[in-house]
Design a protein around this ligand. Structure first.
Ligand code: BTN
Length: 265
C-alpha cells in the first residue's frame, strides 16, 4: 500500500494523522490495542496489507489475503454521557462504509446488516469489529474500530465457507480499484460522521440507517448467548437496538448477537 499517497490525499483533522502501516501483521486491532495502551492519540490508524491472525466477531478468523483488501483499525476515545451510545459505533461506521461503497459500486445499493456488517445484494462486503478498553479514573474508553473491506479479492482466493456468502468491490464492479483511494474516502467520511455522532448521537443517522436496513421485514434467527430466537426484523430502534417481531406478535429489542436470514440457513 502506498502510504505517502494516502497521507498526501487525506484532508482530515484528526483521523489518520498518525498512521502505522504493516506489510504483514497478526491483527491491526491487536496492534492498535497495544498502541492505545501506550497513549497514542485519538484518530490513530493502523493498516496492513495482510493479517495472519485477522479477528472477526464471535472468535471467528477474518481471512486477510495479502494486498487484496483493506484491513484497518481506527482509535476513538469518545467522551459520551450515556455509555449506551458506544454500542452504536458499529452501526455508525457501517453506515459510513455503506455510503462510501455506493460510489464505488454504482449499479447497486449497499445495505447495513445490523449490527456491524455491510452487504451488497445479499453478500457480505465489509465486517466491523469494535473492541473497547474502559478508561481509567474518569478517562474516556479506548474504542478500537476494526474494519475489513473486500476490495479486490475474487472467488479464487476466498476460502470455501465464505465463497458463497461474500463479495468484493471488484466482483460487483468488474474492475480492480485503488485500495488507497477507498481508504482515504472511508477515513474522511468516518471523521465527519464521528464528529456529528459525538455531538448528536445516533439519532440524525437513523433515517439513513433505516433506509439501508437489510433485515427489515426479513425472517431472521438471532444468535444470542443461549437459545436462538426467531422473528421478523422490524427496524432499528432509536437507541440503535434491533426491533424484532416475535412469532407471538410481541415486539422486542435486542442489543447484541448475530442475525442470520432464515432463507440463508
Ligand atoms: C466480522 O465481520 O466478523 C468483523 C471482521 C473485522 C475484520 C477487521 S480487519 C481489520 C481489523 N483487524 C482485525 O483483526 N479485525 C478487524
Amino acid at each position: 500500500m502506498d502510504i505517502d499517497s494516502i497521507q498526501n490525499s487525506l484532508t482530515t483533522k484528526w483521523v489518520g494523522r498518525r498512521l502505522f502501516h504493516f506489510s504483514s501483521i497478526g491483527s491491526t486491532n491487536q496492534e492498535l490495542l497495544h498502541l492505545a495502551a501506550s497513549g497514542v492519540a485519538e484518530g490513530t490508524v493502523v493498516t496492513a496489507d495482510e493479517q495472519t491472525a485477522g479477528r472477526g466477531r464471535l472468535s471467528r478468523v477474518w481471512h486477510s489475503p495479502s494486498e487484496k483488501n483493506l484491513y484497518f483499525s481506527l482509535l476513538l476515545r469518545p467522551c459520551v454521557h450515556d455509555p449506551m451510545q458506544l454500542a452504536t459505533i458499529p452501526l455508525l461506521i457501517g453506515l459510513a462504509v455503506a455510503q462510501e461503497l455506493d460510489g464505488w459500486i454504482p449499479a447497486t445499493r449497499t445495505a447495513v446488516k445490523w449490527p456491524n456488517d455491510v452487504w451488497v445484494q445479499g453478500r457480505k462486503i465489509c465486517g466491523i469489529l469494535c473492541e473497547m478498553v474502559p478508561g481509567k479514573e474518569g478517562q474516556p474508553p479506548a474504542v478500537i474500530v476494526g474494519v475489513g473491506v473486500n476490495v479486490n479479492s475474487d472467488e479464487t482466493i476466498m476460502p470455501e465457507p465464505i465463497r458463497q456468502t461474500a463479495t468484493s468491490i471488484f466482483l460487483e464492479r468488474g474492475r480492480l480499484v485503488s485500495r488507497e483511494k477507498v481508504l482515504v474516502q472511508l477515513l474522511q467520511s468516518m471523521e465527519t460522521m464521528v464528529e456529528q455522532w459525538l455531538r448528536d448521537g445516533i439519532l440524525p443517522f437513523l433515517p439513513a440507517l433505516r433506509e439501508r436496513d437489510c433485515l427489515y421485514g426479513e425472517k431472521i434467527q438471532m444468535l444470542l448467548t443461549g437459545t436462538p430466537i426467531q422473528g421478523t426484523g422490524a427496524g432499528i430502534a432509536s437507541d440503535g437496538g434491533l426491533l424484532l417481531r416475535l412469532p407471538n406478535g410481541q415486539q422486542t429489542t435486542v442489543y447484541s448477537g448475530e442475525a442470520s436470514l432464515i432463507r440463508h440457513l
